[in-house]
Structures are given as C-alpha cells and as structure tokens.
Design a protein around this ligand. Structure first.
Ligand code: SF4
Length: 331
C-alpha cells in the first residue's frame, strides 16, 4: 500500500535536501486522498492555508529570443505570432508596477526574453528594480543565464528574487531545449544563491513528459543545495507554432499531485500555481490550494499568454473564503 511506502513525515523536521528518487516516487504513488491530506498537513505547519501570495508578471522585453525552449512562444525560431519588442522604458515599467500594487500584488516580476542580459541592459533593469522596491513591492526578474558578477549587480540594486526554472526532469530536458544545458541552469542558480538573492525555480507539467519525469523534476528541485524560496509549477499553455503544443492536454489530477509532492518535499517554500490557470477550472485551482499551492500570478500580463482577469481571481478567492497574503512592507 502506498501509505506504507511513504512514511509519515515529521512535520517539525528541518527541510531536507537529501530526498531520494524512490521517496519522491512513493509520494506520487500515494492514494490521492492520502497525498493531499499529507500535503495540507505540511502546509498548515508552515503557512496560513487561507492566504495566497500574489505576484504580477510583466514582460519588459518580449520575443525574439535566440533560445529554443520547445514550449515558448518567444523563441525567435517558432512562428507563433509574438512580435519581438525592445526593452521597455524604466518609467513605463514603474507605471505598470504601481497599477499592480493597486490591484493587490505584493511582488512584481519582470521578464525579458534574453539568452543572458548584456551589461548595458542590466543597467536599465537595475533601475527598474530600485523603482519597484521604492514602491514597497518585492522585486523579481527573469533574464536568462547570469554570471556571478551580474548576480552581484542585481543584488546591489536590491533585487529580492531571481526566477530561473529547471523546466523538467534532467532525463526529459534534452527533448525541450538544445541551446543550454541543465548544468548551465544549475550554474546560474548557484550564482543567484551565492549573491544572496532568493531563488524562484520550478518547472512545467504537460509537455509530453512521463509521470517518471515529474518525479525527476521534483527530485531535482528538492535536492538543490537549498530549496528555492519560490517554486512555480506551470501547466503548459499550448501555443500554436511551438513544438510542445503537439502533446496531450494536461492531466489535472497529475498536476495536483505534482503540486502536493512539491509542497511535501519543500515544506517552507512558496509553491506557486503559475502559467496555465487560464484554462484551469475553479475546482482544479481549489484542489491545488488544498494540495499546498500558496502563490499565484495575478492580472493579465503573464508574459505573452493570457491569465485569468483580476476580477475572476477575486471572485474565486471569495468563493473559497481565501485572501491575498499581507504585503511584506505593510503598505
Ligand atoms: S523560455 Fe526564456 S530562454 Fe527559453 S525561448 Fe523563451 S524567453 Fe527564451
């Protein structure tokens, strides 16, 4: 029986980074009610289960990316209708950040479709980070691969979080990206961590990978030298023109299981229900919250794919009796 294969967790134990693949697999194999109950028990130990942290994501430089991530409409080599733009002006970004704050966001994430930032572009991004901080918001950026020196500059500008995903399991990774290696990603994550910036790192479900790859992905995340403070679990948004759009539609139950295992394996991390909410039913989202998701993206600017409108999120929170997490700076 699955319950016996996955011993009950010690809810007060320190987070572990020595999970074995067999342990993660045993969690995935638990009967669904046992898995969700266990995830919710871990969740309640560390978080208020009625609160959800809200982030807003703005694409500050869209499209034209030289990388070949199979799921991404911003890769220049896929014909997806996304037009390549220039880096936005600092003032325009800060005006959006202000609107996000007024809509209830506590963290403002800025994404640029680069392989890695040029130093000149990093000057502008550092100004954006300073401006976002001055508004009382937490700041997060995702800019591609970073050197140690670049991570240091972002830290000096006051950056709170850097997003860089592992995307999938090490085994499935070569099916998804050829232009950078898994090790490249681990190196960037190490530079970010060493600079003292919080790490936001997760992956994507629904790209044609097997259940075994979900085990591999959570295992890779939970055995990083330290757990990412934020773990976005994305449901693939199938965008016509991208190779990953050919696969089967997402299995919602398997998605909830992935959230639950992420919660158990990384008990103190914020587990983020990320891309893909647009096509997810209220019921599936509710199950994700029950399984320990406690962060979402808010608003309609989730890079280039649609995201449920602010009003429908408010309505969902009201139906579930849940509420946004308090702002970190108390404004
Ligand atoms: S995911 Fe990022 S690195 Fe990959 S193609 Fe898209 S923008 Fe480029």
């Amino acid at each position: 029986m699955g319950v016996m294969n996955a011993p009950a967790p010690d809810l007060d134990a320190a987070p572990r980074t020595d999970w074995t693949r067999a342990e993660i697999a045993a969690l995935f194999a638990l009967p669904f009610p046992d898995l969700v109950f266990r995830a919710q028990s871990v969740h309640r130990r560390h978080f208020d289960p009625t609160q959800v942290q809200i982030s807003t994501l703005l694409s500050i430089k869209t499209g034209g990316c030289p990388e070949d991530c199979a799921y991404c409409p911003q890769a220049a080599q896929y014909d997806t209708g996304v037009r390549a733009g220039k880096l936005m002006d600092v003032d325009a970004v800060l005006a959006d950040a202000k609107r996000a704050r007024e809509a209830g966001a506590t963290r403002f994430c800025m994404g640029a479709a680069w392989r890695s930032p040029k130093d000149k572009d990093l000057d502008a991004v550092c100004e954006m980070v300073k401006g976002v901080k001055a508004l009382g918001l937490e700041s997060c950026v995702t800019l591609g691969m970073l050197t140690g020196a670049q991570a240091g500059r972002l830290k000096d500008a006051g950056l709170d979080y850097y997003n860089h995903n592992l995307d999938t399991s090490p085994d499935y990774y070569p099916h998804i990206i050829s232009t950078r290696t898994y090790q490249d990603r681990l190196d960037t994550l190490a530079h970010v961590r060493d600079a003292g910036i919080h790490v936001c790192c997760g992956g994507i479900v629904g790209m044609g990978e097997s259940a075994e790859d979900h085990v591999g992905m959570i295992h890779a995340l939970a055995t990083l030298p330290a757990h990412p403070e934020s773990v976005p679990i994305n449901a693939l948004v199938q965008v016509e023109g991208t190779p990953a759009a050919q696969g089967q539609a997402l299995d919602g139950i398997e998605f909830v299981r992935t959230i639950a295992v992420a919660r158990i394996a990384m008990p103190r991390s914020m587990v983020r229900l990320s891309a893909g909410r647009e096509t997810m039913s209220a019921e599936t989202q509710a199950l994700c919250f029950l399984a320990g998701a406690n962060s979402i993206f808010y608003g309609e600017k989730l890079l280039t794919t649609p995201n449920p409108a602010v009003d429908s999120d408010r309505a969902l929170f009201a139906r579930l009796g849940m509420r946004p997490m308090d702002a970190p700076t108390g404004h």
